[in-house]
Each structure stands twice: as structure tokens, then as C-alpha cells.
Design a protein around this ligand. Structure first.
Ligand code: CO
Length: 134
């Protein structure tokens, strides 16, 4: 698998973008609202890694709002690209791991995504993502 990005939950995307863009010098991407996930996403490219900032796009009751309320801002997930998301999740659930969604959902950039439950993954929320069809 290829590590695609590191997701970080933030309370204020604009303030966080100043740090990652202007101050640290990463290449700044567009802000994208992913309605099905209730988040606003902005990606920042380092030479060898992508940072994905996640801001709650609901009234605070979305996954990022709840994460911020219970844990505060910080690293939220690691995301890996897989060739075949359905096959990867089927293999993991057959081995007893739980995934967050019954079926893959649309994530940022139209990638199909699902998540491995952090309680089954040593406390780390792991996102698996499959490239959208060309
Ligand atoms: Co992500």
C-alpha cells in the first residue's frame, strides 16, 4: 500500500492553512466540501507527503466536530491507497476487523473510501481509499 495522506482535524481551516501553507511552505490545495462526510478538506503537499486538514462542515455534530470536542485538534487518520477497496474491506472484515461504513463512500476528490475502526487498529483510524475511475 502507498501512504496517501495524513489527516489532521482542525477547528479553523483558515488559521491552520496559514501554518501549513505560508509558515511551513507546503503547496496549498483548494478547499473542498465533502457533503457526505460533513467536512471541509484542504490538502497541503510536502515533497514526500500530503497533509489533509479537516474542518467540521456541520453544526459540530459531524465526525470532525465530535472528534474536536472529545480530543481537541490533532492527527485524525492515516490514509492508504488500495487497488481494490471492496476486496480489501472484505478481507479485513472476514478477519474480524470492523469498518465504519457498510459500503464505501465518496471522499475528497471523488475517491472511494472506508475506514478501519480505530479500536481494532491499535488506536489509529486507518482510511483505505481507491482511486476514482479515470
Ligand atoms: Co483522508
Amino acid at each position: 500500500m502507498r501512504l496517501d495522506h495524513i489527516g489532521i482535524a482542525v477547528a479553523d481551516l483558515a488559521a491552520a492553512a496559514r501554518l501549513w501553507g505560508a509558515e511551513l511552505g507546503l503547496e496549498v490545495g483548494e478547499v473542498e466540501t465533502v457533503r457526505g462526510m460533513g467536512v471541509r478538506v484542504q490538502k497541503f503537499e510536502a515533497a514526500n507527503a500530503t497533509i489533509e486538514l479537516l474542518e467540521d462542515a456541520t453544526d459540530g455534530q459531524g465526525t470532525i466536530g465530535k472528534f474536536l470536542e472529545s480530543r481537541g485538534p490533532g492527527i485524525h487518520h492515516l490514509s492508504f491507497e488500495v487497488e481494490d477497496l471492496a476486496a480489501a474491506t472484505a478481507r479485513l472484515t472476514a478477519s474480524g476487523y470492523r469498518v465504519l461504513y457498510d459500503a464505501p463512500r465518496d471522499g475528497a476528490g471523488g475517491w472511494r473510501v472506508n475506514f478501519l475502526h480505530p479500536k481494532d487498529a491499535l488506536g489509529v483510524l486507518i482510511e483505505l481509499m481507491e482511486r476514482p475511475p479515470a
